[in-house]
Design a protein around this ligand. Sequence first.
Ligand SMILES: C[S@@+](CC[C@H](N)C(=O)[O-])C[C@H]1O[C@@H](n2cnc3c(N)ncnc32)[C@H](O)[C@@H]1O
Length: 281
Amino acid sequence: MAEQPTLGEILKKSEEFLVRKAIDNARGDARRLLAHGLGIAPMQVLLQFERPLTDAEVATLRALVVRRSQNEPLQHILGTVGFRHLEIRCDARALVPRNETEQIVDEVLSRVKGTPKARVHEVGIGTGCISLSLRHERADLRVTASDISPDALALAGRNAQILGIWVPMLRMDLLAGIRPDSLDAVVSNPPYIASREIAKLSAEVQADPLLALDGGADGLDIFRRLVPQALDALKPGGWLVAEHGFDQGISTRELCGQGWTDVATVRDLSGQDRFLVAQKE
Ligand SMILES: C[S@@+](CC[C@H](N)C(=O)[O-])C[C@H]1O[C@@H](n2cnc3c(N)ncnc32)[C@H](O)[C@@H]1O
C-alpha cells in the first residue's frame, strides 16, 4: 500500500501547481487554502509538515487548489476576509473588501471625533465592511447605509447579523432618500474604474460585481452625482469622505466647488492618492 502523503508534500505540490497556473502569491495562497481545508491556522501548516493526510483530506485540498488555479479569488474560496477588527463574509455578491479601504474608517472617525452620536451614512455598503467597522469601533455613532444592489444588501445584512452589529440598511440610489442637512458625515467607496479599463483587470478583480467597479467613461460618473447630493444631505460643517483611484485626486477635488471648504486628498499607506475629504461650509 502506498504511503500517505504528508502535509509538507501536498503544500509543495500545491504551490508548484499554482505557480504553473501563473497565480500571484502561489505560496501564500497554497498555505491559506490548505489551512482552510484542514480547519487549522495557516501557521500550523508549517508546524505540521510531517502530518500524514488521509485520502479524503487530499481530495478536499485538491479541490480547493484547483478552484484557485482557475482564478477564483482566494477570499471567495475562504469565504471571509479580515477587515480591521472584523471577520467579513464575502462572495460574488459584493466587492471583496480591500486592505487600502480600511483607512477610510480612520478618516471618518477622526472627523466626527468631537461629535457625540454623529449621524453617518455610507453610500454603497457592499459587504458592510465600512459601516460595520464604524459602528463596532464607535458604538454611539448613528450609522445608516445603502446600496443599489439587492445582492450586496443581502450579504451586508448577513454580516451584520453574524457579527451582531446593528446598522439600518436600505436599497437606494446614492443619497436620494436622505433629508437635507441631516448628516454629520457621508462615507463612500464608490465604483470608480473607467469602463474601458475593466476588461484589462485581473480575473480576480473581474470576479467582483460590475456594479461595484464601473464608474463610467472616466470612472467619475458616481462622484459627479455624489458630491452635490452629499452637499445637500450634510449638515453645515459635515464631512464627505470618499475613496477613489490613485490618479483621481485632482479631478475629485475639482468636483468640490462652491459650498465646500477644506477640500483635500488623503494618501493611502502606500503613498498613493486615495481619499477625497471635503467639509460642507
Ligand atoms: C466599490 S464597492 C464598495 C463596497 C464596500 N463599501 C467596500 O468598500 O468594500 C461600491 C458599491 O457601490 C454600490 N453602488 C453602485 N452604484 C450605486 C448607486 N448608484 N447607489 C448606491 N450604491 C451604488 C455597488 O453596488 C457596490 O456595492
